[in-house]
Write a protein that binds this ligand. Sequence first.
Ligand code: ZN
Length: 426
Amino acid sequence: MNRDIIKELSDFLIESPGCYHAVAALKRRLDAAGFAELSEAERWSLEPGKGYYVTRGGSSIISFRLPEEKPKGFHIIASHSDSPSFKLKPDPAMWSEGLLRLNVEGYGGMIRSTWFDRPLSIAGRVLTDEGDALRERLVYFDRDLVMIPSLAIHLDRERSDAKPSIQGELLPLLGATDKDAWTRLLTEAAGVDAEHILGMDLFLTCRMAPAVWGADREFFSAPRLDDLACCYASFAGFLDASPAEHAALHCVFNNEEVGSRSMQGAESTFLAMTARRICRALGMDGEAFDAAVADSFLVSADNAHALHPNYAGKYDPVNRPHMNKGLVLKHQAGQKYTTDAVSEALFKKLCKACGVPYQEYANHSDVPGGSTLGNISNTQLSVRAVDIGLAQLAMHSAYETMGCADAGHLARFAEAFYGGELARLE
Ligand code: ZN
């Protein structure tokens, strides 16, 4: 691997204002690397040694590379494509007091206050009726389009900024001249008349440019680092990995931020069906599939909480990761994180073998912590699994912060994992 991974990640984040665009950005890279697209609705015929990808719901994607022989199992890294945001409600334009706002609802658990007073836009997809067919079009207004201005301090000196109301305080401002501006903008972007727009999944997106900063340029900040940083870094390692005896699967699921229960989320059939279809297309029977699953390993890669020096008391007294100090191995007794002694040992052995530093995370025992994808995915395709992440600050802020060195750590780990290093160590 010889990559400027932070520059690549930065480009990827700019291309990915939301989950639909993130999947499109991955597809462009897969096409360039010679991977072939599969449709879930068609019969698969697969060739050993080749690379393929399949999407579901336009917002989840599984890319895979096959071994030259029948796969011994699946080596999987899973991350998520979605980030907390605000979704436009149907018929969102609201004109009052000579101002045009858009009606939105929350998507996931964002830090609401961070969405005030910064340039935002709108991204997602619309479904258009084009005579004989429905067509899905990606929409992104690639300019500063809306803003959620905060209330001046002079008008409410007693206020608490802890949790502003979405319906009351967080509706974005779009314009002040044209009542019909939203319809005009949307029809221009969709390329059809308003009556031909039959469906939309559109979200606010933060437009702030990624930044490398700090005394020695050690920090990287950008929107959507959770979880596009893990998505991209593991993808870079996936592309760089040499062929191995296990099938290499790179999974990116939508809807992690709202619990993963959707047609394309980690709790869906997407991964299990893809794994089964790979085996079937390669002439393996049910017995061979079950044996392959038993020889599989999942790395659930979702960002982790780095120690925040202003709030050190919120963390476990011992297991408190730092940015730039390596991959974070997550532990939780209740199995919200899948890590157990076996997967922990294999992960550590692999990190040592490929020279990637790691550190351990556990929640403060009185703080419940968050959830992620590994244990949810394991209800559908049950394999040995470990939960890891990149140490970051300000998780679920509109603008998050991580360490510059850690994306390269994950890329190097992924390259070794997919390249068969784990199988050699077992
Ligand atoms: Zn996440």
